[in-house]
Design a binder for this molecule. Structure first.
Ligand code: FES
Length: 105
């Protein structure tokens, strides 16, 4: 599926995201090296660091936030109404066309 990621410099990248590799958005950003090593995915995808925070810019059917994700976003900086943790968004066919922006470091 296609996913559009706006990096922290404001550059837009439309990338191919595999739905059969059990990947999440944080891992996708790392795979395409859209954020410097060590600035995203610090907790390894456990919803414990918020380094993978992103802003969702369009309407796609995302899974609901888990209590862990809610709790982490409660503590994180630069949180907006459309904030999500990239590591908690699985790449599935339903999110085709998702557009998101990486939150500041
Ligand atoms: Fe740490 Fe997502 S990678 S919260």
């Amino acid at each position: 599926i296609k996913i559009t990621i706006i990096d922290r410099e404001g550059v837009r990248h439309e990338v191919d995201a595999p739905t059969d590799m059990n990947m999440n958005i944080m891992e996708l950003v790392r795979a395409y090296e859209l954020a410097p090593e060590g600035t995203i995915g610090i907790c390894g995808g456990m919803a414990m660091c918020a380094s993978c925070q992103c802003y969702i810019l369009n309407e796609v059917p995302l899974q609901e936030k888990t209590p862990d994700e809610e709790a982490m976003l409660w503590e994180a900086f630069n949180v907006k109404d459309n904030s999500r943790l990239g590591c908690q968004i699985a790449i599935t066919p339903e999110i085709e066309g998702l557009v998101l922006e990486l939150a500041p470091e």
